[in-house]
Design a protein around this ligand. Sequence first.
Ligand SMILES: Nc1ncnc2c1ncn2[C@@H]1O[C@H](COP(=O)(O)OP(=O)(O)OP(=O)(O)O)[C@@H](O)[C@H]1O
Length: 301
Amino acid sequence: MNGKPLLQLQDIRRSFTSSGRKTNALNGISLLLERGETLGIVGESGSGKSTLGRIAVGLDNPTDGKVWIGGVDVATVSTTNRRELFRGSQMIFQDPYSSLNPRLKVGRQIGEGLFASGISNWRDIHERVSELFVQVGLRPDQVDRFPHEFSGGQRQRVAIARALAPGPSIIVADEPVSALDVTIQAQILDLMFDIQKQVALSYLFISHDMAVVAHLSDRIAVMHRGRIVECGPTESVVGDARHPYTKMLLEAVPRLGRRRTGEKRLPEQLPHHDAGDLFECVAPGHQVLVSENWKFKPEAR
Ligand SMILES: Nc1ncnc2c1ncn2[C@@H]1O[C@H](COP(=O)(O)OP(=O)(O)OP(=O)(O)O)[C@@H](O)[C@H]1O
């Protein structure tokens, strides 16, 4: 790959229309994901995080805006090349049970990913699947099990192995630990961190939980109603949040909120962003960007 950012999104918009009602899930998202970094995406339910993640891995298309993978504008490539382009972008979901085929042995499911990425010898595939199992902390003899024969944490390890199989450079993890017990959450986050040290991987790490996002991310982008309202290095966003919505998210997390003093009350109204407020989470290095163009306005119910 060239020296271009791994993933670049420019003014991404996505609306859905169902039963005659239009929802603007994304209202102009611009961000960069650099090589080897973890960009955390945090925001409450419905803020557009999953829609953003799906667009980042090619599972959905924006209504408007541009997606570049390694400097290549996705809109300019053929369907076949597009599939190839997105092979380097894999996704891990919240519920590994529903994202795994319940009727297929897990080794086979991972093997199929390897086959699709060009390994045609099943002996090589079997060997690689065993290696992947070891990499995610499972035993090679567990490859012949079905998904229901694993615990929740083990299933997420299987899902991680499957995502790693095609040798991706980007993994979008959408609430990967939300369904797990706290101790298991820490194990999976540590595993993701260790894997990133072993192989050159960038994570787009999506969660509603600021504590979880802060644990793993180099940078954090805070999403509110389909927009990024604050973005910067984790220590700045967590330690010195500027946007009221970010402060609100932090106050909702006792473990992180305790760091802050003198601001115990949550804002009674959420900030409203003007439609023309285009905010770009493209800061290289340590710059903190805060959307300034907001005012408090009662929430529309
Ligand atoms: N396929 C769809 N059809 C209609 N509306 C959709 C669709 N996908 C998402 N939406 C709407 O877009 C908005 C953003 O949804 P999205 O799932 O991206 O948010 P989220 O931040 O990931 O929330 P959650 O954590 O609850 O999944 C929501 O209002 C949702 O109802």
